[in-house]
Design a protein around this ligand. Sequence first.
Ligand code: CP
Length: 304
Amino acid sequence: MKHLISAGDLSRDEALLILDTAEELARVSERSIKKLPTLRGRTVVNLFFEDSTRTRISFEAAAKRLSADVINFSAKGSSVSKGESLKDTALTLEAMGADAVVIRHGASGAPHRLANWVRGSVLNAGDGTHEHPTQALLDAFSMRQRLGRLEGLKVAIVGDVLHSRVARSNVLLLSTLGAEVTLVAPPTLLPVSVERWPCQVSYDLDAVLPKADVVMMLRVQLERMNAAYFPSAREYSRRYGLDRDRFAKLHDDAIVMHPGPMNRGMEISAEVADSPRSTIVEQVGNGVTVRMAALYLLIGGENQ
Ligand code: CP
């Protein structure tokens, strides 16, 4: 494994190796001194062309806990604002000797292109509406941690699938790992290609909830919407929001997830988001260990 660009590129064994390695690294994160010397002398560049809180901070924390040198690049305030291209930015980083480049970009496919221009490993931290593979890995890790298994789990992914790289990566990864995924959304928020995805599709959240072990709510990505995809925020919430009444339809062991950032009161009520059966805060913590595992497996080898 040289790059981590799509969750669909991972075999079952590769995905399980990342999750198992993260589990070992999680034990280190529980110690008072969290640092390991594993990536000493390696350089990780975080290249963020789009805003991020969780992914950017957790990749930085992950690289630092493994003792890598970290260079944080944000498009805002860089020469990108003077028109410098992704390729020229990448070649500049290449000259600094990056062993790994973590990239978030608004264009689907940007990490794939970057992998042709740099010698180091490329990790996709979210590209347009395409993929967010480390989010899917940390989600799978969080499900396994809470429920003890992935094989046969019934996972409902609910909401703005059309604009969601998280949904696509989760469908690909979870199907590889033996979970049964159902996407639940209004027809306007499903991509046309969804019939080729390895999952079921439903428009009826109330029918899906009682059978689900995991309900993953997606953020309504208003900033990517250039048309009216639903009549009003209120109507969306009424049909597809997870509020107290809908939460009551879940079985007792079912968990609620959200990748963040949340629109509280729209796709999820504050009461549900903050309930003990919500894994939202755990997901953020697990993001650090899963990203440590990905960096370690990609650039931690003897021959790097
Ligand atoms: N889940 C996620 O990708 O969050 P950020 O946009 O804050 O990184």
